[in-house]
Ligand binder design. Structure first.
Ligand code: PMT
Length: 442
């Protein structure tokens, strides 16, 4: 967690949408030519919005004071409650404190038609304090049975949980397992304290001190604006090198990594251009997306967006080679063959997009990736130098559970100064950590 001060008044990126918009899944058939899609318009409120989730626990009264601290730090606070939360402190209290409507029921006829989605999109940070064992275990397993849990599932904002519960509920293997799942997804757990609990038992489970909860939340929303005014280029996904109209050379890259980076950068205020190979993923919210097919198309699109960006992150799995000729009609088994019945393909090299653009990078901070199956670090260090990168994110793609197409990854951050190994983390968390490094470098 970076110890930055909140920056509530920073100017917004012009690329943030005026209204939260539901994402449309993209068709799998992508245009062959690069096409600029959906340059998004301004803008989110200048003041960061902290959505505070309140669940049913005796510590709920402390949430009132946490809200005051967040407001003092410059946040606009909105509250979403579970029905049990409302039985400890009423929605009226939170409404008076925040001067905002309090979200309580799954369907609220007085608010936006899809309430959990609008709440989810408005939030720069989602803090749940106190978070009961019930809600914590539900969140770990994607249960969405009230407005709070539904919103938590829908939001892309960083999620912070401040649990409070009985010591045995905290120590229960089910709760501990859920904590592990949540942490691996990048959820920040503000650990409860040990002490005398409301039930009379002694042990862990007391809500963390309120100033600590407020401090961690403030640090998170400072981060939520730390790329404001910056321009970032991200490449993502695989390229497709067509052999004929129905066959191509490619890799199993899903685009998850690059899309997570683009989404996180846009959420933190950057103006993001995402140049993407074909994927099944919807456009990340608030990014300018250019969909391309081949490496040559990706090169043209990335080159067009590269000039003047503050950082460029090349996570795409670009095919190093393409067939020398693309056959216009489908290759048949009885044509285009050699005398012995085999088919000979001649492959020619594609341009190295990263190396070419970074050779003339000026002050742009350049991040490359390295997908390796052996000698990972040695190869990454070599790529750092030969591709003129400032940072290489190296991953071992020989493990089918990591790298290509997975939700999690384990990487090494390689710079001229040294190497740092990450834990096994979600690609969303990886995007967050990587952008912390970019922010530090900028
Ligand atoms: O998309 P996911 O399913 O989430 O998978 C993520 C990933 C495995 C694709 C990602 O973690 C990753 O490793 N991306 C880089 C893949 C790759 O092509 O690595 P490479 O070692 O071959 O290339 C090194 C660097 O040069 C990369 O930054 C690559 O984008 C770039 N490159 C490579 C060749 C080329 N012709 N042009 C390039 O720009």
């Amino acid at each position: 967690m970076p110890s930055k001060q909140p920056q509530p008044q920073q100017p917004q990126s012009p690329s943030r949408p005026q209204q939260p918009q539901a994402q449309q899944p993209q068709s799998q058939s992508r245009p062959q030519q690069p096409q600029a899609q959906q340059a998004q318009s301004p803008s989110r409120p200048q003041q960061p919005t902290v959505l505070v989730g309140v669940t049913g626990c005796i510590a709920t009264y402390k949430t009132c004071e946490i809200i005051r601290l967040l407001q003092k730090a410059g946040a606009r606070v909105k509250v979403v409650m579970t029905p049990m939360g409302a039985s400890f402190v009423t929605a009226e209290t939170f409404k008076a404190l925040t001067r905002e409507p309090v979200a309580l029921e799954p369907i609220d006829s007085h608010s936006a038609p899809i309430h959990h989605i609008t709440l989810a999109q408005e939030a720069d940070v989602f803090l749940i304090a106190p978070c009961t064992a019930n809600t914590l275990n539900k969140l770990a397993h994607g249960v969405a049975d009230n407005l709070l849990t539904t919103t938590a599932l829908a939001t892309e904002a960083p999620l912070l949980l401040a649990p409070a519960m009985n010591v045995h509920m905290w120590r229960d293997p089910c709760t501990q397992e859920s904590l592990g799942l949540l942490r691996a997804r990048g959820v920040q757990i503000i650990e409860p304290e040990a002490g005398l609990l409301a039930c009379g038992e002694v042990g862990e489970g007391r809500l963390a001190p309120i100033d600590q909860i407020a401090e961690k939340t403030v640090a998170e929303f400072a981060r939520a604006r730390d790329l404001a005014g910056k321009r970032i280029l991200v490449t993502a996904g695989a390229t497709r090198e067509q052999l004929d109209p129905v066959r191509y050379l490619s890799s199993p890259s899903s685009g998850i990594t690059g899309y997570a980076i683009a989404q996180e950068a846009a959420r933190r205020g950057a103006e993001v251009t995402l140049v993407s190979g074909p994927t099944n993923l919807p456009d990340p919210f608030g990014c300018r997306v250019q969909r391309v097919g081949s490496a040559l198309e990706m090169f043209v699109a990335a080159q067009g967006a590269f000039a003047g960006v503050d950082a460029a992150i090349f996570s795409a799995a670009v095919a190093d080679f393409r067939p020398e000729t693309r056959v216009e009609r489908k290759i048949k088994k009885d044509t285009n063959l050699d005398a012995d019945g085999s088919l000979t393909l001649k492959l020619v090299q594609n341009p190295d997009i990263l190396a070419t653009l970074a050779a003339d990078k000026g002050s742009t901070y350049v991040v490359g990736f390295a997908a390796e199956t052996n000698d990972v670090l040695a190869a990454a260090r070599k790529k750092l130098a030969t591709k003129h990168a400032d940072l290489i994110v190296a991953n071992d793609v020989s493990n089918p559970a990591l790298g290509f197409g997975s939700t999690h990854n384990k990487v090494w951050f390689v710079t001229a100064q040294g190497t740092e190994e990450s834990a096994l983390i979600s690609k969303t968390a990886l995007a967050r950590v990587l952008l912390d490094k970019v922010v530090a470098a900028l």
